[in-house]
Design a protein around this ligand. Structure first.
Ligand code: 13P
Ligand code: SF4
Length: 315
């Protein structure tokens, strides 16, 4: 089938089955164009919480689809490619974290949403890059905290809040690989272009950035900015939304290491229109979790969403 035929079939099946397509900003352009909602992890979790569709097709990675399932145990949640993982989620298992917690019995665990359902079930609070700083600031100052699994995001939040959270040693291999030298060179060549960076980047890159924020925060910053050109230090999928919202602005994508190709998350790019079509048609691969795990993993996610509403981060 051609892309046009696939799109037509996806829209037809979506209507027939009362399905909703949630897509992350890092998905390929064609999937973003056909999604009912595009967003960052926080917005998509919120959308998953309020949908009344019978089927949620989650175009993102596995931990995001799991989060949607945890918030919607009675609905069918599909992921076009079940192998779409995440290096952060893979860096820490539920039993790893259980062992780690034993060393810090007076600490609570705040986990970045980029983790498995088992890790969520071992956590007291979940956060995303869009709310981490405000949620940590809202916890009592004397509260001791383990932050898992992203040491870069955790280190950044420590520096912004003055906390001394114990950090799990995980990274996003896509963002962590970026080098500050490369950004400094781009800055020298484009002095009018501020650098926007995701907090999953390493601390040397963050030190060079003019704006640090979640995918959604970067989009808002660019929209409001008087600048006309930007250096973008995050996954290239975001350029689709940046260009759509700002046709008068120019975006300079950072490349991965020595190669001149854009920074791309191989996991995010596993979903294709063809796989989306097949998954909606056959209603598989489906995310299935046992009830006990759902109950345990839901508590820290619901707590995150409730706190985010109380703090005015989301509506
Ligand atoms: P956001 O929370 O900004 O959507 O990021 C998710 C992610 O996986 C970034 O690499
Ligand atoms: Fe995980 Fe990094 Fe890919 Fe985001 S970009 S899904 S953190 S591997």
């Amino acid at each position: 089938m051609t892309n046009e035929e696939l799109k037509k079939e996806i829209l037809r099946l979506k209507k027939e089955k009362n399905a909703v397509i949630l897509g992350h900003y890092y998905q390929i352009d064609e999937i973003q164009a056909i999604s009912d909602y595009i967003g960052d992890s926080l917005a998509l979790a919120q959308e998953a919480q309020r949908t009344d569709a019978d089927i949620i097709v989650f175009c993102g990675v596995h931990f995001m689809a799991e989060t949607a399932k945890i918030l919607n145990p009675r609905r069918k949640v599909l992921l076009p490619d079940v192998a779409a993982s995440c290096s952060l989620a893979e860096s820490c298992t539920g039993s790893d974290l259980r062992e780690f917690k034993k060393k810090y019995p007076d600490h609570i665990v705040v986990s970045y949403v980029n983790c498995s359902a088992e890790v969520k079930a071992e956590s007291d609070l979940i956060c995303t890059s869009g709310n981490a700083e405000k949620l940590i600031n809202a916890l009592p100052k004397e509260q001791k905290i383990i932050f898992a699994p992203d040491k870069n995001l955790g280190g950044y939040i420590n520096s912004m809040t003055g906390r001394n959270m114990v950090l799990w040693n995980g990274v996003c291999t896509v963002h962590d690989g970026l080098e500050a030298e490369q950004l400094l060179k781009m800055k020298r060549e484009n002095p009018d272009a501020p650098v926007v960076a995701h907090p999953e980047c390493n601390s040397a890159v963050l030190a060079v950035a003019d704006f640090i924020g979640s995918t959604k925060a970067m989009l808002s910053y660019i929209k409001k900015s008087e600048n006309k050109r930007f250096i973008v230090a995050t996954e290239a999928g975001i350029l689709y939304e940046m260009r759509k919202n700002n046709p008068d602005k120019e975006f300079l994508a950072v490349s991965s290491g020595e190669s001149c190709s854009c920074l791309e998350c191989a996991y995010m790019k596993m979903n294709t229109l063809e796989k989306l079509y097949r998954c909606l048609r056959d209603e598989t691969p489906e995310i299935v979790l046992d009830d006990d795990l759902i109950e345990k993993a839901a508590r820290p996610i619901v707590r995150m969403l409730d706190m985010s509403r109380e703090l005015g981060i989301i509506k």
